[in-house]
Design a protein around this ligand. Sequence first.
Ligand code: PFF
Length: 472
Amino acid sequence: MSAAREHFGSRLGFILAAAGSAVGIGNLVAFPVAATKSGGGAFLLVYALFVILICLPVMMAELALGRHTDKDPVGAYRTLSGGSKLWQIPGWLALITPFMIAVFYLVVTVWVLGYLVETLGGNLDRLATEAYFNQFINSPSVFVYLIALMLLINGILALGVKDGIERAAKTLMPMLFAILIGLVAFVLTKENAILGVQYYLIPDFSKLTPDVLSSAMAQAFFSLSLGMGILITYGSYMESHQSIPGSAKVVALTDTMVAFTAGLLILPTIFHFNPQIDPTELSDSSAGMIFLFLPKIFLALQDSIGYVGASAFAAVFFFLVLVAAITSLVSIIEVPVATLRDERGMDRRKAIYTVGAVQVVLAAFCAVSFGMVQWFTEFVTLAGANKSFFDLVEIIFYDTILPLNGLLVCLFVIYRWKKANFDQELQDGAPGFAGSFSQRYVNFALGTFIPVFLLLIFINTVALKFFGISFF
Ligand code: PFF
């Protein structure tokens, strides 16, 4: 007889774990920069609408799939596919995608850990040079940090859903909120900080081009950990008396609030450093911001708070990003672990060793894609440009397959599993949801314009990334 399925111990535990997954590097850096460059308050408004109108229904669909079947994504799709082999494909995609996203996200997290250690060692001045970044990411120490990180994350996972994932979230998430608020409060007292707030919030609707809308959508989707099998897996650890719509709303709100608050940290810090700065020139990539741009700004803080103060500020910031990334990685690595347990009957430990071993190797391939090994650095040519192994993983799984997975979740839930069954699952634990406007909206949207919208994003990404054709 198989052991009883593990569950989160409380609603709060589930919410913090899911919020831990959602709050990641994307929230702390990518969101503020995208908002600033793409219309400030206008972007914030559109982003909020995407979260409410598009992402929330998808989130409910994923949670309901998991909770109803009590299974990992592969098992969830198989159970409800009615024997159709074709409908099992989304299950496999919802396994491979998190597996591979974890691989490139691990590498960026390794760099964050490395930068944290350097700032603690008093080397902020070194970090503030571009040459250092290239030297660091190509140094053997990345492998040491990679092993340390894997041990930490898998150590949390080895303790199980309640004593590992939930306990870590209950400790780390309040800490993350406190640190973020503390940093914002501190930086808002600095000269010219308010200019950053203004730039961040004042709306400019002329910047809302189709391209911006598409990337706001992708950002919201990624930020809420959709399309990665995570919420199917976490849904399977939810008790049936807990409200899926209610919990999903709290998770989405928390994630969006953290992203919004991060803007109140990043922009004022930048404007304190240079009130004349043109934020449209900021790097588009989170990595560019975290490792090349922000260290310079942190170093410049020494003029007002001294070198030690500036180093402490930088260390707290890197720690914040590290905590956010770790809780995200915990959730994403749990997906293949759950699949090996459910589908292959492995025990938790064996599943962790198996997943961990393959991931370390693939993450190492990504880590050497920045010059250490030429073959991985110039792995393929896409749309006329050289792409490394790291780039390729990001383009295939993050840019391309993520919206496809979202699209397949919607179609599967509404047209294969069927609306009535989905509704029934949502009503368990949320009796008030039955017959409500929200219920009608969720049903309608998931079966109509959300998949169409995600399909357009998917087609546009494939055209752009693989063939260099831009529709917008
Ligand atoms: N919501 C996460 C973020 O914004 O960074 C998305 C995510 C990425 C979750 C990577 C998990 C993960 F491993």
